[in-house]
Design a binder for this molecule. Sequence first.
Ligand SMILES: Nc1nc2c(ncn2[C@@H]2O[C@H](COP(=O)(O)OP(=O)(O)O)[C@@H](O)[C@H]2O)c(=O)[nH]1
Ligand SMILES: [Mg+2]
Length: 332
Amino acid sequence: MFKRKNQSQEPADNGNGRRGLFARMKQGLAKTRGSFTEGLARLVAGKKQIDDELIEELETLLITADVGVEATTEIIEAITERVKRRDLDDPEALVQALREHLVEAVSAPADPLDWQPGADQRVVLVVGVNGVGKTTTIGKLAARYQEEGLSVMLAAGDTFRAAAVEQLQQWGGRCGCPVVAQDTGADSASVIHDAVQAAASREADVLLADTAGRLHTKTNLMEELAKVRRVVNRLDEDAPHETWLVVDATTGQNAIAQAEKFHESVPLTGLVVTKLDGTAKGGIAVSLVRRLGLPIRYIGIGEGVEDLRPFDPEAYVDALLDTGTDAGDAAP
Ligand SMILES: Nc1nc2c(ncn2[C@@H]2O[C@H](COP(=O)(O)OP(=O)(O)O)[C@@H](O)[C@H]2O)c(=O)[nH]1
Ligand SMILES: [Mg+2]
């Protein structure tokens, strides 16, 4: 059983309590925040007004954090325009403006995921290349959803290696979620097909389907995923209800091209950005949203079950810029 079941008996500020949520996210984003906030502080220090040099350095800072050339150019242009209009006249105001622009850039239109026990069943396909954190994310999500009172089933659709199935079974065991699996080397689409049928007959609220990031055969991964999607869709014309691409934040700008390729083959509905704790380039979240127009649903900030957070654009940017406080914590 997970420790967080006992959380009410533990001090409120142990990082799991409501007050500690924002602190924990800040800690997870420490690497990006470190370079970003220090950079900003250095830029702004001792400056009474905003000059070209300051704006140029801000541009460099954004690029360095992997915000991406396009988003950076847009933000810098908007800020330059505001400086010209004298709408922004001191470095403090500049930081506030930067915050606003980043929040806007990292937000994409999305319906809330307010899934209810006993309501419509949700089939979620989780896709992404090998090692990005798909199985781990599914394990963390299963625990989260179970805690919210939803009944969860898992599909071991990554049939590439035995370890992948075992890994999912371990996560399933921890939260008591049934795992539908077949032997290694089985057809991923067939496993997920069976799982969708099993989830329907057991009336599970959520089916989280793991998929392969690599294949035994020379079959194209994208074609295989498209097939999985078709098979699921044949069983239920509304399914998959969600297709989430897991992206490893430490991949850098290559992640964008990778994401676009997936999106062409299996229409994605959202993103999960993992391993943000391992990089100073948390700006990748901005590039991804800017290029794909998809919402980030969750972020991974560590390996533990509690290290998956629903994504909140404002809290994220505040954690990066160090502008938020625990008191203002709006994280769920
Ligand atoms: N630091 C860190 N490690 C993570 C995170 N998410 C996953 N991992 C680790 O990344 C490795 C690969 O994860 P896995 O779920 O097996 O990736 P998959 O091949 O996409 O299923 C594992 O060691 C995970 O513990 C994260 O948010 N932060
Ligand atoms: Mg896996």
